[in-house]
Design a protein around this ligand. Sequence first.
Ligand code: C2E
Ligand code: CA
Ligand code: CA
Ligand code: CA
Length: 279
Amino acid sequence: AKLMGGGQIQHFSEELKQAFNRKLTMEGQLRAALDHKELFLMYQPKIALKDGSVAGLEVLLRWRHPQHGLISPVEFIPVAEEAGLIVEIGEWVLKSAVDQCRAWRAAGVPTVPVAVNLSARQFHRTDIVGCVATVVRDAGLAPGDLELELTESMSVQCPERSADLMARLRELGCTLSIDDFGTGYSSLSYLKRLPVDKLKIDRSFVQDMHQSADSLAMVQAIIAMAHSLRLEVIAEGVELQEQLDGLRAAGCDQIQGFYFSKPLSPEDCAAYLREHAAR
Ligand code: C2E
Ligand code: CA
Ligand code: CA
Ligand code: CA
């Protein structure tokens, strides 16, 4: 502290204070957002490479703030997580997603499984199994209509308990995927012990694979490894034809990204599902 001028320390703590205040403000506003219906969901198609059919949808949370406009989940999910609000929000996401699925079905839209992202806190500190079972049953859907996306880091903290929870969610009939794969530190043997169905290769590898030999090798290795463990592989963040070609050559099962579609509103998604239904 001696090396820094007093002014710098002052400046630093001022910045901290601002960041802290911003977070507090966001926390309060996020609490209100749920009540005021400022949260909504978008749906991004996942495409099966073997036949080009829609294999599923990822549910992505959005916040339309009355003053600041659209706020990214990257910004507000961590705040919600820390404030414990993610539990309520996460439940709302689950409910809304399965309700949407049921509404589509009632309207004769050909539906596919919807994939919901779970946060660490939601997974570890709530009765996630009971919650999922109730939500799915109340909506009159089958658990197979629901896919859950978990991250590697979530299970690393508490591997035994995580594996147990995952097994119970899978017993319900839900499909489980490991999200953002490749960014964490899980070893092959660790992965083998996790009761999951799918790996989702992180966008960072996909986006570099046409210009970086290392990323390409990484993607190819993940796909080969996943297949040897009888896991399906999906690549996220696919934007370019070259990326698609590389993934296809490597034997990737599913693709998600702007190349096929951006996240869609429920209306646009219904149209997309109708248009791309297997004929
Ligand atoms: P994620 O689970 O890795 O979701 C994929 C992100 O990549 C989404 O960002 C999606 O819009 C974006 N994306 C998809 N295709 C492309 C592409 O081709 N190019 C690029 N550049 N981006 C693409 P989004 O919607 O901003 O969500 C960011 C993160 O926020 C998600 O990352 C997820 O970790 C979290 N998140 C979103 N919704 C929820 C939710 O309901 N619950 C929880 N716990 N987390 C959520
Ligand atoms: Ca995800
Ligand atoms: Ca991801
Ligand atoms: Ca990601």
